[in-house]
Design a protein around this ligand. Sequence first.
Ligand code: ZN
Length: 467
Amino acid sequence: MEYLSRRLEMLKEDRRFKFHPKCSKMKLTHLIFADDLLMFGKADMSSIISLNTCLQDFCQVSGLEANPTKCAVYLCGVEDNLKAQICTYLSFSEGTLPMRYLGLPLTTRRISHFECSSLINKITNQFQNWQQNRSLSYAGRIQMIKSVILGIQTFWFSNYILPTKILEKIDRLCSAFLWGQKIHLISWDSVCLNKKKEGLGLFSAKVWNQASAVKLLWMIHQKKDILWIKWIHGHYLKNSNVWQVQQRVNDSWMWKQLLKTRNMILEKYGNADEVLNILNSCSSNGKLRLSLVYNILTNSSAAINWSETTWGRLNYPKHSIIIWLAFHSRLLTQERLCRFRILSTNCCVLCSRQPENCKHLFFECQYSAEVWNNVMDWLGYTWRSCTWVQLSSWYSSCLKGKGFKKDLKRMALSVAVYFIWQERNVRIFQGIARTPDTLFRAIKVSIFTRILNDDFPAHIKEMIVNL
Ligand SMILES: [Zn+2]
């Protein structure tokens, strides 16, 4: 292939060969990736003959031959008889745009919904395969969604700005997969916020695609040594820059979308200098970190004070999700089910005395209070409460920062919330009931398992065993 590249490079000196009008500035004759080859030239017979001669030379030297059924000629602004002449000479059929290259549609126009259908089908199939495994926890589903979005990013978002409807469809699919039921406990917009801002740290396809577009703008600004960026500077920017260039009627759809994103971010931050300051703060070693750009684009909501408690270093991920829902008061308690008219009566299954809601379960209920008091006794809390508002305020104001004991207390709360919620579900759906003491022992085992199996120093393991 290197021979072919060198042979095609020689066309630059060949007077019979004329470049494709969009390739003449960069003297671009071809692109080659693995065994895929794209050749560009003006649609006149002498240029076509020159290109074909290079290919034939390569065939003779290498013994390889082009397969006419896998090759096509793409022509634009050419009369029918010349088209026919070129196709006959090359023995290739005429192709129509958009063609697919490396699995992606190549087009200068808006990508149609049909062209995105392979992407949507792929996501739907992945989710359906995993949905058959009904035991997948929220934490497992979150990982799955992250990998799906990352997969799209690698293949589509780094190259395209997709139509809004497609992005919204992807977001709807992700949200439905996460909740796995008709009731979406928290809105997708909130789920896709940073963990410090009440979200789960997932990425919305819509905003992630915007962040990817901002990254492209930044790369153009940086004049990265990449072919497409050189091409953009030669054709669209000329002596202007990406922050000032005006949109023209004949610009491609993709370029217009990129300028739309530019206008959005300029409007948000006032001027190009400010935008660049912010983007520079998101970059390290010359690379822009997309997740930081994403956070900037979603920075509208204020930080919450319970993120440290929810996402404590020792917390099991599946426990973190339940306590996260408890902080949002969005667990599907009987009180909420009554509000949705799914249930008509509300009575706590743990104490059979009071109506069930988040505050009652954590830990005003007589049963839960006994469990939680045991946990606090065991870990030697100096300050104690069984009231959710007081507890959450104490955790966020008095238990700030690092330290093993603080992490352990954060973990204790998340384990207690998880096990009480699990006990409530087991009683309702399986009719099995454990005593407060049995539940407390299960909580202890869960904490021991985490600490003793991890890479903690011996004195910490000893400390926990001797509690
Ligand atoms: Zn109760």
